[in-house]
Design a protein around this ligand. Structure first.
Ligand code: UFG
Length: 325
């Protein structure tokens, strides 16, 4: 198949490109390199463009016979989305709509979308299943939930079939250590802890020890990037087999506290990791854990790298191999 990967130079997108190339697909990557990296592209053709540019998208779809679009390109920082909502709605919502309209003009009717656990907001219960009320509490989560709703309308009106994959906490790195997580600035817990372990940072800051959790720190469901990528490949099979538009949670169903992640990183790395305590970060729900039963049942998804040791270990190998000073 000929697959367009939007955001293929980013963290999860680049791992997807590598996996789909290995499976023998023809890959076109669309990226504007606003947050992605040229050296994260391991192959495929490159269309350097911004998906806000409808004319550039029309040219792309008119010159390439694309069968399916994977969309990874979005801004992902919750705090930034609160301070700069326009940036989030312009890129995550409006530019995605421009992409969907270009697909409609070109007759491309398969779409796999990177959604997020942030669509659930502060959960009423855990583990969270897909039926949990959608009540995002920040512009980032709202932008993703709005796209999910647009996709329902596009299916009804135009027959666009989509899979929305609601990631919990994406983490880890390519088991071959060719690719990994590289955000600038980095805000995610595991890479920050490992930067404290390698000496790139002096310490990891723990945001809040007064949550209603066993050790007082927030609990998250970390899922290996290779397992996320595998779920996307299964979503493609599902759509190709005629599956209906659907949303799936992707997580391991097991929560780890911030303190447990730090302890695991100390064991995996054998390094001293200094900790600084700080007040709660605004907008952090105390506990996010997935019920991914639907993905297991319908997609046949079985995570292969579910242990936190493995997730942290692969991220540590990447940190050691690529000390981005
Ligand atoms: N944390 C710290 N110190 C840090 C960074 C994070 O204590 O320096 C804590 C956070 O407070 C949180 C946990 O570690 O409790 C995880 O934080 P991350 O920033 O790594 O991830 P989030 O859970 O905030 O967000 C992630 C993605 C979002 C997505 C969200 C939905 O980054 O894009 O999951 O589950 F929306």
């Amino acid at each position: 198949m000929k697959i367009l990967i939007v955001g293929g130079a980013g963290y999860i997108g680049s791992h997807m490109v590598k996996s789909l190339l290995a499976a023998g697909h023809e890959i076109v990557v669309a990226d504007n390199f606003s947050t992605g990296y040229r050296d994260a592209l391991v192959g495929g053709q490159l269309a350097e463009l911004d998906i806000a540019n409808a004319a550039a998208l029309d040219t792309l779809f008119n010159t390439q016979r694309i069968d399916v679009v994977f969309h990874f390109a979005s801004y992902i920082q919750v705090g930034e989305s609160v301070n700069e909502p326009g940036k989030y709605y312009a890129n995550n919502l409006a530019a995605t709509l421009t992409l969907l309209q270009a697909m409609e003009r070109a007759g491309v009717r398969r779409f796999i979308f990177s959604s997020t656990a942030a669509v659930y907001g502060d959960p009423n219960y855990v583990p969270i299943d897909e039926a949990h009320p959608k009540a995002p509490i920040n512009p980032y989560g709202r932008s993703k939930w709005m796209v999910e709703q647009i996709l329902e309308d596009f299916d009804r009106a135009y027959g666009l079939k989509s899979v929305c994959l609601r990631y919990f906490n994406a983490a880890g790195a390519d088991p071959d250590q060719q690719l990994g997580e590289r955000h600038e600035p980095e805000t995610h817990l595991i890479p920050l802890i490992l930067q404290a372990a390698s000496g790139r940072r002096s310490a990891i800051t723990v945001f809040g020890r007064d949550y209603d959790t066993p050790d007082g720190t927030c609990i998250r469901d970390y899922v290996h990037v290779a397992d996320l990528v595998a779920a996307h490949a299964l979503a493609l099979d599902y759509l190709q087999a005629g599956g209906a538009s659907k949303a799936f949670n992707l997580g391991n169903g097991q929560g780890f506290s911030v303190q447990q992640v730090i302890d695991t990183a100390r064991q995996v790395t054998g390094k001293t990791i200094n900790v600084v305590d700080a007040p709660r970060r605004a907008g952090d729900p105390p506990r996010l854990v997935a019920d991914a039963g639907l993905a297991h049942k319908v997609l046949g998804w079985q995570p292969q790298f579910a242990s936190l040791d493995r997730i942290v270990g692969d991220a540590w190998a990447w940190e050691l191999k690529h000390p981005w000073h």
